[in-house]
Design a protein around this ligand. Structure first.
Ligand SMILES: [Zn+2]
Length: 225
């Protein structure tokens, strides 16, 4: 994983109840199975679309990547309110967000980008699909197995964005219903910073993984791109 300390981006209304930050392809990349994926954008959902044993954390961020050949890779990071003074990524998105009355992107510099993907937790990885029609399959999901910390005001501000769009804050912004695991395999892996591929999966298949993973996979397929 090669995310720089900071990167230029632009914040805009993604039309799905979230500010979205677009990045210049190539500024931040992830390498997986020998393919390089460029970070295209990050957006948010509140509550999280991913769940852990049926519980949805307060917030999630989806980092959407694409290879030069068009293959997609999404990293999901969940957040709960806990002891942290701020999350710079959220601050950048919220402070520069023009709201639903303007479509004008705001140019920003995203700070602390190199630390937004946790490397001290495992990631569930599985094949998934887009959640907006045509719900195209064929993208690879990575979901951090443990929620990170965000502040109550930041979570409240994200919910307010959805509310301003006319969405029920208790339901959250547009979410597709969770999907069954079916026969999709699921693996655990860890992200590593700097150059190099993700480490080889440490576990393969759904049967050997504890409960809760089914819920995560189910929700993982439900993410709105
Ligand atoms: Zn999403």
């Amino acid at each position: 994983m090669s995310y720089p300390a900071s990167a230029a981006g632009s914040v805009f209304n993604n039309g799905h109840g979230s500010p979205q930050i677009a990045f210049t392809p190539g500024d931040a990349t992830v390498s997986y199975n020998g393919t390089t994926y460029n970070l295209l954008q990050v957006h948010f959902h509140s509550p999280s679309e991913e769940t852990i044993e049926g519980d949805a954390p307060a917030l999630d961020a989806h980092f959407v990547h694409a290879s030069d050949e068009g293959a997609l890779l999404v990293i999901g990071v969940m957040y709960d309110p806990c002891e942290v003074t701020s999350v710079p990524l959220l601050t950048t998105a919220l402070d520069n967000y023009e709201g639903f009355t303007s479509d004008a992107p705001q140019d920003v510099t995203v700070p602390d980008l190199s630390t937004v993907i946790p490397t001290d937790v495992e990631f569930y990885t599985f094949p998934g699909s887009l959640t907006t029609p045509p719900c195209t399959g064929g993208l690879q999901w990575f979901v951090a197995s443990a929620p990170q910390c965000a502040t109550e005001p930041q979570i409240a501000a994200l919910k307010a964005v959805g509310a301003a769009a006319g969405l029920d804050p208790e339901i959250g912004n547009a979410r597709r219903p969770t999907m069954p695991l079916n026969d999709r395999s699921l693996t655990l892996t860890k992200a590593t910073r700097a150059a190099g591929d993700a480490e080889a999966p440490s576990t393969t298949g759904s049967s050997g993984i504890a409960l809760g993973l089914t819920a995560i996979v189910a929700a993982g397929a439900a993410v709105l791109i």
